[in-house]
Each structure stands twice: as structure tokens, then as C-alpha cells.
Design a protein around this ligand. Sequence first.
Ligand SMILES: NC(=O)c1ccc[n+]([C@@H]2O[C@H](COP(=O)([O-])OP(=O)(O)OC[C@H]3O[C@@H](n4cnc5c(N)ncnc54)[C@H](O)[C@@H]3O)[C@@H](O)[C@H]2O)c1
Length: 381
Amino acid sequence: MTIKVGIVGVRGLSYIMGFKSIPGVRVEALCDLNEELLKNQAAKYNISKTYRIFEDMLESDIDAVVITTPMQCHVPQALLALEAGKHVLSEVTAGVTMDELWWLIEWVEKYKKVYMMAENYCYIPENQVIANMVDKGLFGEVYFGEGEYIHDIKELTTYNYGMQTSGKTSWRRFWQLGKRGAFYPTHSLGPVMKWFKGDHIKSVSCFGTGWYTSPQLRQDDTTITLCRLESGKLIKIRVDCISNRPHNMTYYSLQGTKGCYEAARGLGDEPKIWINGMEEKKGEVKWRPLKDFYEQYMPERYKNATEEQRAAGHWGGDYFIVKDFVDAIMTGIKPAIDVYEACEWTAVGLLSELSVMNGGKTIDMPNFRKNMENKDKIIKL
Ligand SMILES: NC(=O)c1ccc[n+]([C@@H]2O[C@H](COP(=O)([O-])OP(=O)(O)OC[C@H]3O[C@@H](n4cnc5c(N)ncnc54)[C@H](O)[C@@H]3O)[C@@H](O)[C@H]2O)c1
């Protein structure tokens, strides 16, 4: 069986090398409104079929599409692709309104195609090591986690990056920095939710700092969002895409009854854990570098990754993410980040917007699940 893939939105093409290194998979088609970029990328990666119009690419005999267009295009394009019988790997976030999320679930269930959200931060090796250690019970019962996405993107609010030099206002001015709340929550939340396996988000409260650095933008300089899980446990996420400061897009922490984890904060810091009973000297409460535990707890496929797989990008994660997508298509197993997780994680951002505009009011998360009835598709204030 050969799987033919088409990619829409070709600026980054972060997954292309991953697909190319999987036997039986071919990236056959590229689609982008920007003709010059489209031609350059097709030539660079030796791809013969190019389309400016997404619907035209769907008419071709591709089996799967990767959606890497701006956030507000994800659901409209995913619905068209599913209806055309294609599997979908979608960039984050899943969608930009609650209704879109419900349409998405309905269409995935109706057309019975694989939908996976490409939350690549779940594939960061450190996050995979921690997931493995959580599964093995090393942290005891985990009850608190944190994720932070700090990435000054103010300059991306106009098209002056990549090949785009028009200086016109970009989609990020509206759908990211033009919104309130944690508009981009999944990088922070996804890996942490994978550490709280089987749990679900029950409610969301969001607080914003207000506007200091760029008051013309609707987004607060920093937002803090608290997610209460069904178990009562707590996850805190910080999204800050405005403050003037160095990036830190991958800060996480985890606390359990027997130990804890903290990712690197920068300037020589490194990911570290403390686990009761694993100290170098008995009774000494001291951090140990996470890398001391890689040999034992790094998933085998990461340890055995070939040069080609590593070269796919993002710490080898860009290979494993597409491998999981392809495996879900080939074997029918649940995609690594399925539509229900995609919608729950994305909804944290959408509900946080309501919360922050209502003084941090706690908003209940709908229970995204198979065959969800219309009466349950509500947002309780
Ligand atoms: N997972 C990650 O680490 C990560 C990193 C960066 C961006 N992203 C996500 O990837 C997506 C794209 O981000 P970007 O920075 O590449 O955006 P971008 O604006 O730089 O590029 C988007 C591309 O999509 C094309 N496009 C827009 N509308 C289209 C349409 N209707 N049909 C065909 N092509 C269309 C544009 O011409 C452009 O080339 C966003 O959803 C963003 O959130 C994810």
C-alpha cells in the first residue's frame, strides 16, 4: 500500500523529510496561495503536482492531507478534506471557534478517516522521557503540572518574514494577538496532559496582566490559565507572545507524591528531576540532570532513531509525529493525538478567552466524546 500525501501551506514544510523517510509514503502534491513560494518549494523537494486552490488538490488521488495553513483555515480545510475521503494531519490549534470543534468531531466520525493534531511538543524527547517515567510510577501520583509558551511574535503581525515581504497585516495580528486569553495553548498543555493519562479538563479560568508593551493589541502581555482536571488535579499554563524578553517555548514542570520535574529556564540551566530515594547520597534533596536518566527512560525508538529520522527536524519529533499518523492510517490504531484530545486542548484557549473577559470566571469544559449530543454542546458560564 502506498500513501500519497498532499501538503497545504508550504512555508515551513516541517514534516516533509519525515514523510520522505517512511517507506510506502510519498509526498505527491503541494498547495499554497503564494505561487512563487509554491514553485520554489516544489522545486526544492522535487514534487511534481502543485495547486493554488485547495479544492483542486483534493480532486487528485492523494490519500492524506497535511494542513499547515493559518489557524483560521484549519477546520474549513479539514472538513473539505474529510468529506473528500482524505485523512488529515492538522497543525495546531485544531480550530478557532467552539462550533468549529463540534463540526470537526462530527465530520471525523461521519467520514471515518484518521484525524490527528500535529502537536509536536508532545514529541520533544524530554517530554517523552518524563511520560515514560510517569507511566512507570517514578513520580508517584502526579497532581500538578505547568507549561509555558513564551515567544515574542509581535514582528510576525506583518508579512515581513520568509519570502513574504509585502508588509501587509498578517493573520497573526487577528487570530493570535488580536484575541484575548491563551490563544495558543496546545504546546504548553499537550505534553502535560499526556502525563495525566486518562484524565480530562473539567474547567478553565484565565487571568491576564493587561496591556503594557503593545497596547494596540487585544492580547494581554501575559495570560495565566488554570485547568482543573476531572480528578481535581491542576495544570497551569502561561502564554506570553508579547513581552520583550528571550523566548522560552518549552518550559514545563510536574509534581507528584514521590518526585518532581522542571524543564530548563535558560542560561546554562538544564532539565532536572528529583525523585525520593534516587538521590546520589541518601537523604540529600538535590536535583539531578534529566539526561542521567535518558539511557533508561528514553523511548526505544528515539534511542534507535536513524540519522535520517533525526534529520527530519524538531529533535527527531518531526519524524515520529508523521510515523504515528501513517501508522494510524495503515493499522487503524487510535491516532497519537486524536480529534477529542485536539478539541479539548484547543478549547482551553477558546474558553480562556471567555474567562479572562469575565474576570477569571471558571468556565466548564464540554465533554468532547464520540456521538456527543447537541444538548451537551454548550458552554456553561
Ligand atoms: N507546531 C509548531 O511548532 C508550529 C510552528 C509554527 C507555526 N505553526 C502553525 O502552522 C501554521 C502555519 O504557520 P506559518 O507560520 O507557516 O504561517 P505563514 O503565514 O507563514 O504561512 C502560511 C502559508 O499558508 C498559505 N496559505 C494561507 N491560506 C491558504 C489557503 N487558503 N490555501 C492555500 N495556502 C494558504 C500562505 O500563502 C502561506 O504560505 C499555523 O497554524 C501555525 O499555528 C506551528
